[in-house]
Write a protein that binds this ligand. Structure first.
Ligand code: AMP
Length: 344
């Protein structure tokens, strides 16, 4: 946190910092500790207000923020309000983003609405204690194409793009983002997640624990670029979701024989999740809505609300590829058909 405090040149005792993320979401560590460690004020937006323009914008204006910390999605939501700009927040000087991709168009719009403010993109998973890279998105960078860089490592941290043997790849080559250094947690309480996670580095690679992020990326000119995931993790409104885990929760419910969960993506962003379920007994068409609601209710016993698929559709069987794997392309097409925006 010290590096971010000094990088952002925050003024002790004078900063008013926005908290948009719930305290259970690691993004909140950035705003909470930036405010606390500079003797500033933290303005927390209550959950109910986050998507209610009638109360949100008057509250933001009254807060007179100097530092904005949020997901890019929340800033995009705010940009839909024409008065969201320097007139509403005249003292705003810094906007810090983390948790998901910051689209260049969003950065451009923010720089236009807040000409006096700096826009920063920061990156890092929970396992490496929030942000490990950062970069100021200048108007020149924002004018360029996506993806924007996520930045250069924090002091003392090593962040590199690796091949399967963890060796650093040449600039421009795509691989997995790996992180080592003091911000890396020692591991999970319940052991490592399957297939990725914490690894011990051999002495030749500096020793210690590194975290394989599962993020696909490349490095160029000392900057890291993220281009997606190597697994089925998605971000929904900034929340990190493992689709495999949601499927596992679904198939544990009574009467569910098989399940596949897919993100519905519009304009490059996950809008919601759809689950395809094979149930025994299969509900008849008239009972499908009630059966889906029942499954959603039961999922609520083990999953937070944002991880529960908005739509659950019943199929007699999951479609398979010639190799016998679940045919996710076919399911994507089915999800598209149902979810297509109205024409005209
Ligand atoms: P979380 O542990 O919830 O903070 O999620 C961490 C994941 O969010 C990372 O592994 C990335 O997939 C994604 N992420 C975080 N920050 C960024 C960013 N600035 N750009 C793109 N993806 C990001």
């Amino acid at each position: 946190m010290g590096w971010m405090r000094s990088q952002q040149r925050l003024e002790p005792g004078r900063e008013v910092v926005l908290n948009q993320a719930p305290f259970s979401f690691d993004l909140s560590v950035m705003d909470l500790y930036l405010a606390l460690t500079t003797g500033g004020t933290l303005v927390s937006i209550p959950r109910g207000m986050v998507q209610d323009p009638r109360t949100l914008f008057p509250a933001l204006a009254a807060a007179d923020l100097t530092v904005w910390v949020s997901t890019p999605s929340f800033a995009q939501f705010c940009l839909a309000e024409p008065t969201f700009g320097a007139g509403m927040l005249p003292r705003l000087r810094r906007m810090l983003f983390c948790g998901e991709t910051l689209p260049a168009a969003t950065a451009r719009a923010l720089l236009q609405r807040f000409p006096e403010a700096e826009v920063w993109n920061t990156y890092g998973p929970t396992e490496t204690t929030v942000a490990v890279t950062s970069v100021r998105i200048t108007p020149e960078l924002a004018a360029g194409p996506d993806p924007l860089p996520v930045g250069a490592p924090a002091p003392g941290m090593r962040v590199w793009v690796a091949g399967p043997d963890l060796a650093e790849l040449a600039p421009g080559e795509a691989g997995e983002v790996v992180i080592a250094g003091p911000q890396v947690s020692p591991g999970y309480l319940a052991g490592p997640a399957a297939g990725r996670g914490f690894v011990s580095l051999p002495p030749a690679r500096g020793g210690g624990t590194a975290y394989r992020t599962g993020d696909a990326g490349y490095a160029r000119d000392g900057q890291l670029f993220c281009v997606g995931r190597l697994d089925r993790q998605v971000k929904l409104h900034g929340y990190r979701l493992e689709l495999d885990e949601i499927e596992a929760h679904l198939t544990r419910l009574d009467g569910v024989c098989a399940a596949a969960v897919l993100p519905v993506v519009r304009e490059g962003r996950v809008q919601h999740l759809v689950a395809f379920v094979v149930a025994e007994p299969a509900p008849d068409p008239a009972g499908a809505f009630a059966a889906a609601q029942q499954l959603r209710h039961e999922l609520g016993g083990s999953l937070p609300p944002y991880a529960i698929p908005r739509l659950i559709r019943f199929l007699p069987a999951l479609p398979l590829t010639p190799n016998g794997k679940v045919d996710r392309r076919h399911l994507e097409a089915l999800a598209e058909q149902r979810d297509a925006p109205p024409k005209g």
